[in-house]
Ligand binder design. Structure first.
Ligand SMILES: [Mg+2]
Length: 346
């Protein structure tokens, strides 16, 4: 499960939070120059057709009583830090998209557990920074983001696994990731307006319309989206290595060390509630040559026996033409072990 959270009208929300006289008023946050553009429009300004990135003079012409507030980036950074600290408490990985928007990895959470996490995040954000956040939950990133947009403002929306295509089918095609205004125009000219129509296109038509990218787009239209949450701060790998006082000749002498390293790595994976899909060995020979070998596992694991077997496999593929000075095992391609981490934080 993936959760997408996005503060509502962030900059405008901060202005209205800190100055009660601005609440309920059409307001934009924008710079002072003559060519300034709208950074954020409050919800009260949106019925006038005022959107972010619109030139300020145009926004003013649409709404003469529009209040213009200068940005305050120190406040935004402060709120952003509080938001991300809260998200990290509820997710095993957090991928920030901007100061006020992020994807969160919820592992194998059920819809009910994910909704519970969503409610807790909303409450904690209100408590910490007095701002509202909208949250979407789904099995994939795109649908989670679309759901949080649909939930705005101050909403919480989950799309149950298996219902993604149904959820998307009547929405306009521009809401699919990767459909820009030009592509939209071209595709609409062919009579395709709704995401459900893209989901049903044949391979030939897909290729004609979108080229090599067509199949991926149709998957997205069907709600199939396997991209994971990329936590920039996440642990990328865990390793254990040992340098010998006396060089060890031959594989047999190395196996006990590999086994003990596999045990340690499995223990560290369990502590962090992670599983690894890649196992690698590093070998330094007596002439200081370094040899690396790695293998991918069919299933992510934290089982010491599987890590040991994979490391032995790598070791046998390395040509050890000299005695060995150092042996190390590393596990990588780490992913959260499952829903247990959610229980831990709730
Ligand atoms: Mg936002």
């Amino acid at each position: 499960m993936i959760l997408h959270g996005d503060l509502d009208a962030f900059y405008a929300g901060v202005a209205q939070r800190d100055d009660a006289s601005l609440r309920g008023k059409p307001l934009v946050v924008a710079g002072a120059s003559r060519r300034a553009v709208v950074l954020t429009a409050s919800y009260e300004a949106r019925p006038f057709g005022i959107l972010s990135a619109m030139p300020l003079y145009q926004a003013k012409s649409r709404c003469p009583e529009l209040v213009v507030v200068p940005p305050d980036f120190a406040k935004y950074r402060q709120a952003s830090q509080a938001l991300f600290a809260i998200l990290h408490e509820h997710a095993s990985a957090v991928e920030g998209l901007s100061l006020d928007e992020a994807f969160c990895e919820l592992g194998d959470a059920t819809v009910a557990e994910a909704l519970d996490a969503g409610r807790k995040i909303k409450d904690a954000v209100k408590e910490a920074v007095a701002l509202s956040i909208s949250i979407g939950i789904a099995s994939g990133k795109m649908v989670a983001k679309i759901a949080s947009d649909d939930a705005k403002p101050d909403g919480l929306r989950a799309v149950a696994p298996g219902t993604e295509a149904e959820y998307l089918k009547d929405k306009p095609i521009r809401r699919l990731w990767g459909i820009g205004p030009k592509t939209e125009e071209r595709v609409r000219a062919k009579g395709l307006e709704r995401i459900g129509q893209i989901a049903e296109l044949s391979d030939d038509v897909l290729y004609e319309l979108f080229g090599r990218w067509g199949a991926e787009l149709r998957d997205l239209a069907r709600g199939i989206d396997h991209r994971g949450v990329n936590d920039s701060e996440a642990v990328r790998s865990i390793s254990s290595e040992e340098t010998f006082e006396h060089d060890v000749a031959g594989i047999a002498g190395l196996l006990p060390f590999v086994r003990s390293q596999a045990d340690q790595l499995a223990e560290r994976l369990k502590q962090r509630m992670l599983r690894a899909s890649t196992v690698a060995v590093k070998i330094k020979l007596s002439d200081r040559t370094i040899i690396g070998r790695q293998t991918s596992l069919a299933q992510p694991t934290d089982d010491p026996r599987i890590i040991n077997a994979a490391a032995r496999f790598c070791l046998r593929r390395a040509a050890l033409h000299r005695p060995v000075r150092l042996i190390g095992v590393r596990v990588a391609s780490l992913a959260p072990a499952g829903a247990r981490q959610i229980a831990l934080f709730s």
